[in-house]
Design a protein around this ligand. Structure first.
Ligand code: T3D
Length: 263
């Protein structure tokens, strides 16, 4: 069990764990403490049978303004970016992408730099109508990291991704929806409730099948069609052997809603 941490708020309701980045005075810019706490909380959620869906959001008016630049300035000597990324952002993004439970990134406000990467890393991306996303890295002459070079071109194409990265253009929620950076946009006034309702609906779906679906999509994004077809065949066996599948088939025959929540 990960101990409570003031930089990361945690609350579970109706099988939905909400993790709120909590450095609002810095728009939830990430320091090491926050990055380690978030990765630890996600790993704990994987093992917690009371949690079926995880939501990552931000406290206050920002989602996450990326790396805390005050922290960078305070580092002693020359910054070892490679080592820092390997110890912080890389395990975080890998944990989200491999978690055997759906992760919703709920973008309540600005998501910039590595915060934009975090926003894009969710299985489902829900934005407030006040949210913005900025690949801000080039403003400080860095390259996009924490997965942005992987996520963004797959969503918008390499040339559009390059343009957004080169000019650090602010993407509004309306544009994000058009570009395919988010699945739903909700009003800022009702955002937390709308996200919770969406997450609770997702929590009623078959968790084992969703975990395998996520695994199959992750694999397919880096594979040939032939390899993806074969991987589906292997994973389908795991889905078909699970009690969830029996419940789904039984519920169909009995003309009732399946009760996946008990598995
Ligand atoms: O080290 C490594 O491992 C490399 C990894 C790098 C990954 C990265 O993420 S690099 C990119 C780092 N992030 C940025 O460069 C973003 C900097 N912030 C901004 O450009 C703007 O703040 C925003 C566009 C995000 C929002 O603008 P706005 O006008 O809505 O808010 P603001 O007034 O600029 O910010 C509000 C406060 O948050 C402000 O503090 P103050 O003046 O009220 O005391 C500001 O300094 C603080 N803040 C915002 N972003 C950061 C931050 N403090 C520290 N680090 C930040 N990244």
């Amino acid at each position: 069990m990960t101990p409570p941490n003031p930089v990361l708020l945690s609350a579970t309701r109706n099988a939905v764990l909400t993790l709120s980045l909590n450095r609002p005075e810095r728009l939830n810019a990430a320091n090491d403490e926050l990055l380690f706490a978030l990765t630890g909380a996600l790993k704990a959620a994987e093992l917690d049978s009371a949690v079926r869906v995880v939501v990552i959001t931000g406290a206050g008016r920002g989602f996450c303004a990326g790396q805390d630049l005050g922290d960078v300035q305070n580092r002693e000597g020359s910054t070892n970016f490679t080592e820092h990324l390997r110890h912080t952002y890389i395990p975080l993004i890998q944990t989200i992408r491999s978690l055997k439970k759906p992760v919703i990134t709920a973008i309540n406000g600005v998501a910039a730099g590595a915060g934009a990467s975090l926003a894009l890393s969710g299985d489902v991306r829900l934005w407030s109508d006040q949210a913005t996303l900025i690949e801000v890295f080039s403003n400080i002459a860095l390259i996009p990291d924490a997965g942005s070079t992987w996520f963004l071109p797959r969503l918008v194409g390499a040339a559009r991704a390059f343009e957004l990265m080169a000019f650090a253009e602010k993407i509004t929620a309306a544009d994000g929806l058009k570009l395919g950076l988010c699945e739903q946009v909700f009003s800022a006034e009702t955002f937390a409730d709308d996200v919770q309702a969406y997450a609770e609906r997702l929590a009623t779906r078959p968790l084992n099948a969703l975990a395998l679906t996520k695994q199959a999509l992750n694999f397919a994004l880096g594979s040939t069609l032939d390899a993806a077809l074969d991987n589906e065949a292997v994973l389908q066996q795991l889905a078909g052997d699970h009690a969830e599948h029996q419940e789904g088939v039984r519920a169909f025959a009995e003309k009732r809603r399946p009760e996946f929540g008990k598995f």
